[in-house]
Design a protein around this ligand. Structure first.
Ligand code: PMP
Length: 426
């Protein structure tokens, strides 16, 4: 068979047919997907970095600015009341989407990164003592590492690291030893943005709670791609970003157990987060305003509410099943290519697929694929400790990542382009 021909993988194509039909229907909701790049139809496989937006979300932004743009919570006039009601309604919908027991436990933040920093400064800085432990893993995104490094420096707490097994799953045999009695906080990704691994959060929560530690979940890659229920996970905090789940940039969510959020000091001071202000002191507003200082990202929060409506109408179970099938297909097809290594083979892994082509810099591969209209990511994926742990050449990998609108035909186009690139670089 010629290197450029796509080869059917027995069984896999048939499974995908139904999902492909639905993805093709959904694509009509995403105007950007009909554009071309370098004269070729766009194949967008950079969804772990950010996702595309459906018309309903774009319309919600336009509708807010066109019809009822006003500041929230403060004005006693019609536009402000409409904006406040839409903003708070969005909070209810987003809270329901992750099964938060109450909307007051859902803080609007800019993104996952801000949520981690919020908990690091507003909870950990106050509660950690010298010698206390913060347990993370080697697969963490820098956003779920550096804020803990900063607070460790501020408090004298120590970071400990869970390792990974060969298939990219967490080495849970070490968990009890690492937890120890001084661990106060465990902070882990729900789904790795490099290995695709889905970590067993509920099991880890039980083991963390048994030693009195809290569990922070970086759900930047899970909330967009699978059903997430904070009550079933039994986590204490959970963070996610709107832009990775078909929503706008600059808006995300932090869930916290209301009792914990109540006990925490504010993260930032200013308007909106106060009860009373005197010359020398202030009192805090109730939740969630205590953590939303200043004018919030009103338009994008409202659009995030529309985003979760959109995802729910497709069905998070359905999105997850589609991505499992598509990822299995992509990995099977990549594995046929000589000299290509895929990282991450844990069962039930998600759709971020990192790989290396022997002797080809991932950046060069990405540039060549771009000429074919294919968008992938190349680099360390904000996970330098993981790149070192994996021993990847160039401290980098290529990464293709799928979402609800991708099809197996796109995987075939991508595979053909990788094969072509391989011949080109040889
Ligand atoms: N954690 C993980 C696992 C991620 O993939 C990302 C985004 N790549 C982040 C955190 C940070 O997200 P944001 O840049 O939206 O804050």
């Amino acid at each position: 068979m010629s290197e450029t021909m796509t080869a059917p993988v027995p069984g896999l194509r048939a499974d995908l047919k139904l999902y492909d039909d639905e993805a093709l229907r959904l694509r009509a909701d995403f105007p950007i997907l009909s554009r071309t790049v370098h004269g070729k139809p766009l194949v967008y496989f950079d969804n772990a970095a950010t996702s595309q937006k459906p018309t309903a979300v774009l319309d919600a932004l336009n509708d807010y600015y066109t019809r009822y743009n006003a500041n929230v919570h403060r004005g006693i006039h019609t536009l402000s009341e409409e904006a406040t009601s839409a903003y708070e309604h969005a909070r209810e919908k987003v809270a329901q989407f992750i099964h938060a027991p109450t909307p007051t436990g859902l803080i609007f933040v800019r993104n996952t990164t801000e949520a981690v920093n919020l908990v690091a400064q507003a909870w950990a800085r106050k509660n950690l003592r010298p010698g206390d432990g913060i347990l993370v893993s080697v697969m963490e995104h820098h956003s779920n590492l550096i804020p803990w490094q900063i607070v460790a420096q501020q408090t004298g707490a120590r970071l400990r690291f869970l390792d990974i097994r060969d298939d990219g799953s967490l080495e849970l045999d070490d968990l009890d030893r690492l937890l120890g009695e001084r661990t106060r906080l465990v902070a882990l990704a729900h789904m790795s943005n490099v290995l695709g691994t889905v970590n067993p959060i509920a099991e880890i929560a039980a083991r963390a709670h048994a030693v009195g530690a809290l569990l922070f979940v970086d759900a930047a890659q899970s909330v967009p791609h699978m059903p997430v229920d904070v009550q079933t996970l039994d986590c204490d905090f959970l963070a996610f970003s709107g832009h990775k789940m078909c929503g706008p940039t600059g808006i995300g969510g932090l869930y916290g157990r209301p009792a914990l959020l109540e006990a925490m000091d504010p993260f930032m001071g200013g308007g909106s987060m106060i009860g009373e202000v005197h010359q020398e002191y202030f009192t805090c507003a109730a939740l969630p305003e205590k953590f939303e200082a200043g004018t919030p990202n009103i338009a994008h929060a409202i659009a995030l509410g529309v985003t979760v409506d959109y995802l729910s109408s497709v069905g998070m179970d359905r999105i997850r099943a589609h991505e499992l099938a598509l990822t299995r297909y992509m990995i099977a097809r990549l594995s046929e290519i000589e000299g290509l290594t895929v990282y991450g083979h844990a069962p039930g892994r998600g759709g971020a697929v990192a790989f290396i082509l022997d002797n080809v810099h991932p950046g060069d591969l990405s540039t060549v694929l771009d000429r074919e209209g294919i968008a992938i990511r190349a680099g360390h994926h904000c996970a330098q400790p993981l790149m070192r742990r994996l021993g990847t050449p160039y401290m980098a990998t290529a990464r293709a990542s799928v979402y609800l609108y991708n099809t197996s035909d796109e995987v075939d186009i991508f595979i053909d382009a990788v094969r072509k690139a391989r011949r080109f670089f040889a």
